[in-house]
Design a protein around this ligand. Sequence first.
Ligand SMILES: Nc1nc2c(ncn2[C@@H]2O[C@H](COP(=O)(O)OP(=O)(O)O)[C@@H](O)[C@H]2O)c(=O)[nH]1
Ligand SMILES: [Mg+2]
Length: 209
Amino acid sequence: MAYGGYEAANGAARRQSASQQGASRHRAIKILLAGGFGAGKTTLVGAVSEIRPLRTEEPLTESGKHVDSTVGVERKTTTTVAMDFGRITLREDLVLYLFGTPGQERFWFMWDELALGALGAVVLADTRRLADCFPAIDYFERRDIPFIIALNVFEGSRRYSIEDVRVALDLDPAVPIIMCDARSRQSAKEVLITLIEHVLSVADQPVSR
Ligand SMILES: Nc1nc2c(ncn2[C@@H]2O[C@H](COP(=O)(O)OP(=O)(O)O)[C@@H](O)[C@H]2O)c(=O)[nH]1
Ligand SMILES: [Mg+2]
């Protein structure tokens, strides 16, 4: 069911996107949400989505322990098997579809399909495990997909300045970094708005030849 659910959601977003080219005033924006295992992707989609997130959370099993590293997230008892999917109406005629990318490396094959038609991406980072978001950053940089970094601030974790994080991630100064609380709807909305503003500012720049 996991993969079928994902295909249905992705297909629906694409059909809606295609229908905008007709007379419809309605627009759909597709956004990706990436980040390491335990960074808070499922939590963020759950906080901000107005539909019950289509998620495929399964208990972590003993046999999966050697596959999914739980070091640093020992309290985590479930994992997103395929993806998180959410919908947020930004305006009456503007709907944002949020697709959580599967965290585990064995699901990399799904990313290219998922990235089709995406306007931009949020990379959710946990400062205790910053390196976990390197693969996502590499992926979006290589494909020229605009992205922002959202630092999910877990209580008790050491606070780093935005500039420290920028250096640690070797990020272009133009890439926005913001702090967030993935559990808060308002905070999650601010993350999405920051991404959309970034996408618009990138789109405004002259194409270099
Ligand atoms: N304290 C705290 N816990 C969080 C926050 N975001 C997520 N969590 C918890 O961290 C764990 C991992 O989050 P989850 O959304 O499943 O991560 P995912 O693997 O990226 O989907 C869950 O137990 C969440 O309840 C946060 O901002 N603060
Ligand atoms: Mg998850």
